[in-house]
Every structure is written in C-alpha cells, then in structure tokens.
Design a protein around this ligand. Structure first.
Ligand SMILES: [Mg+2]
Length: 427
C-alpha cells in the first residue's frame, strides 16, 4: 500500500513561524512570538490563541501578508519531496487560506490537498474581516485514507500524529511538543534525516545513503533497567564520566544511519543525544513495559538499510570488538564468556572455515553468553515482540564473533566497569 503524507506548515515546511513574521511588519513580533510558542507547547488552546492572533494581524492588508509569507525561508529539500510526490501530499495547517494560497501554489499543493482555516474578506478582497472556520486538524484528516505518514512539531499536531501510521515529530526549528512525542513513532531533528526517512517510506527501497558504511544501527534504549537502582534508564548511567549511550555514539561516529529506540524517560535520552549529535533518528516504543527488545529492534529497523545491527543501549563493549562486528560483511552474532545472573547461552559448532557458528540459544547450556549485539539482513527479519535472539533462531547456524563486554546490573558490576574503562579496557 502506498503512503500518503501529511505536513504541518509552520516550522515544519517553513523555517519560521508565519504569524510572528507577519507581526514583525507591524512591530508586535515579540508579543506574537511568545503567544505562538505557548500555543505550540499546548499552554493556550489553539483555536482561542489563533483567533486572538489573527485579530491582532487583521490590520495588515492581505496582499501585504502574502508578500511577507512569500519571503519566509522553506525547508527546500522537504519541498522537493512534496513536489515529487504532490498527488500523495497534503498540508494540514491552522493558517488562513487567503494568506497561504500563493505559498501552496509555489510548493505544488493543490487547493483540495490544503486543509486549513478559512477567512472572510471584504468585497475588495484585501481586508480581513474575520475567521469563518478554524481547522481542527484531528477532524480535518479523518477523510484521508490510510496508510499515511504525518509530520509536525506543535501541540495542535498531536492528534494528526496519533492518527498516522507513521507519526514523525520534526524538531529542526524548535523543540517538539511533548503531547506530540507521546503519540509519535519517530522524531528527527534535521531536514536531511526527515527527508531520508520519507524517501525510504515512499520508495520501499533501502534507506538512501551517500556513505560507504551502508548499515542501519539500532540502539535499544526503551527499557527501564531498574535493577541498578539509580533512577534513570541504564543507557544514561554515567560510567567514568560519560553516559553509556554516549560512549557507544562516540564509537559509531562514522555511521550515518543511527536509530535510537526510546521509551522510558525518552525526553532525557533525546536531550542527551542531541547534545552530542543531531542527525539521529529516534524511534518510539511507547509500549516498552509490555514488549521486549525484539519489538524495539524491529521498530528501529523498519525503513532501514539492507544490513541492520542490533545493539543494547546499556551494553559496555570493548571498542575493538564492536568494530570487528561492524566491519564484518556477513550476518553475525556477538557472544561473550557467561557471567551474568540469568544468561541466555549459545551453543556453537566449528565449520570448515575454522569459525564458530551459533547453533542454539538456551537457558540451560552453551559455551557463550548472548550479548544483544548482532547484525542481520533486513530481508531475513521475522516478527517478534519478545527477545532479539528470537529473530536469529530461524537463521541458525550463524557466525559468532567473540566480544569483550561488561554488563552493569549491580553496584559491583558498575565499579568493575569503571575500572575497566579507566584501565583502557584491559582486564
Ligand atoms: Mg508547526
């Protein structure tokens, strides 16, 4: 089934909010900006705020407003996507039809694909008399057939995002409203990442790349990791001065398609990651309490590259060993010496090439412990909401790569891990 695409306008297609730009022309930009921000964060109901703001701006002739809007910078790569797929794209905006009709023409959106608020004009058509209808985005999109992807940033986009099959929070211009993220499947913070994701959804081919390292890396950070008892998700636990997840990102700096699956305390994880790099795709597993890492991984791998890597956000792995897995051209599984309380074990066999291959996962027997690190071809992924290794079982035997790791479940583990890092990963 081909997707349709729904876009918010302000701060999604445009690089600036439209109403504050209009307000600047009559010297009330600051007031307008504050009201707009509060509205987008959900502090003032949209309809009430919009009426007030339009009233303040109604002194501006419509022709002048259209001229100002024509000068507002746009996310040009996104506009290209819209032009290329215009028969499947819709703009869903609170803005007034009379103000934005020229802009819609410019980006290739026809009248019946622009769902917006309607204004009343005087007989000359240049003076705004009032608002006929303020759009309710949630209702306006009811007629659009599924499946559809929706992109937005504000509180008034939350319903549209919740209704979408793929709901994307886009934070290139400003913070995305929490009400939206609570209903989103993805969040991206650069135009490039948004467009790559949209193109992967649209073409149903591999995630576009201009890098040599054509892998999608999915880091699972959705779970609560409560056993350590430090009050935050384990990926954020600082080990020797740096959160575990940040240590992983530093090792992955050359990879361009990193998906971080978030759930518990997602806002903290996103904030920490954005402080380091913005070009990460966040994928939500809001149901992290009832699903396993397999579910998180599959959500992250969707619309990814042909080879997908699974990595747990709380796994501390020797940098050299992580590289060995990442540089391996084949499907493979990372195993280590058994050491945790309740390990998933792996039996192996040696093949003609002298390599060990995993033949079985088991709680009872096996030479190595499963680490959560593996890479697999996307076309071989099945379905599970349980553990990641359930996805591997139908593909066994599969090459095993030994990796040195530290699992951090207890305070003793934690101290061990700190020592390991401080010793330069020497045992
Ligand atoms: Mg917006």
């Amino acid at each position: 089934m081909e997707y349709s695409y729904l876009f918010d306008l302000d701060a999604t297609i445009t690089k600036k909010e439209i109403l504050p730009a209009l307000a600047d022309s009559i010297g009330i930009g600051d007031v307008m900006k504050k009201m707009t921000e509060k509205t987008m964060m959900g502090e003032i109901p949209f309809a009430e705020s919009f009426s007030k703001r339009v009233e303040m701006l109604s002194v501006i002739p419509v022709s002048k407003a259209r001229e100002i809007i024509a000068g507002i910078p746009l996310h040009e790569e996104l506009v290209s996507f819209i032009k290329e797929n215009s028969d499947r794209c819709y703009v869903v905006t609170g803005n007034l039809d009379v103000w934005i009709s020229g802009l819609m023409e410019k980006i290739g959106i026809s009248k019946d694909h622009c769902l917006c608020s309607k204004a009343r004009l005087d007989e000359n058509g240049d003076k705004l008399l009032g608002i006929d209808k303020i759009i309710d985005k949630g209702r306006a999109i009811a007629a659009i057939p599924h499946p559809f992807a929706a992109v937005g940033d504000g509180d008034n986009d939350a319903e549209m995002i919740a209704a979408a099959d793929i709901g994307i929070g886009f934070g290139a211009v400003r913070n995305v409203a929490m009400s939206l993220l609570n209903n989103a499947t993805h969040a991206v913070y650069t135009e490039e990442k948004l467009c790559r994701l949209l193109r992967a959804i649209a073409s149903k081919v591999s995630y576009p790349s201009d890098a040599d390292l054509k892998k999608t890396i999915v880091i699972s950070c959705a779970g609560m990791g409560t056993r350590l008892g430090v009050g935050c998700t384990k990926a954020l636990v600082s080990v020797a001065g740096k959160p575990l997840l940040l240590r992983q990102l530093e090792l992955l700096k050359d990879y361009d398609d990193i998906r971080i699956v978030v759930g518990y305390q997602y806002e903290k994880v996103i904030e920490m990651v954005l402080g380091y790099r913005k070009d990460v795709t966040f994928v939500f597993n809001h149901n992290y309490k009832n699903t396993g890492t397999g579910d998180s991984f599959l959500k992250g791998a969707a619309h990814g590259r042909d080879m997908v890597v699974a990595l747990d956000g709380d796994l501390l792995v020797h940098p050299d060993d992580l590289n060995t897995v990442l540089e391996c051209p084949d499907e493979c599984i990372g195993g280590t010496t058994p050491g945790t309380d309740n390990p998933v074990l792996m039996s192996v066999m040696i093949k003609e090439d002298g390599q060990e291959y995993v033949t079985e996962f088991s709680r009872q027997r096996g030479k190595y412990e499963w680490t959560g690190l593996m890479q697999m071809k996307k076309e071989h992924l099945g379905l599970t909401t349980g553990h990641v290794y359930f996805l591997l079982e139908p593909r066994l035997p599969m090459k095993m790569i030994f990796i040195r790791t530290r699992e951090i479940d207890t305070m003793d583990d934690y101290k061990n891990a700190v020592r390991w890092i401080e010793n330069g990963y020497k045992d």
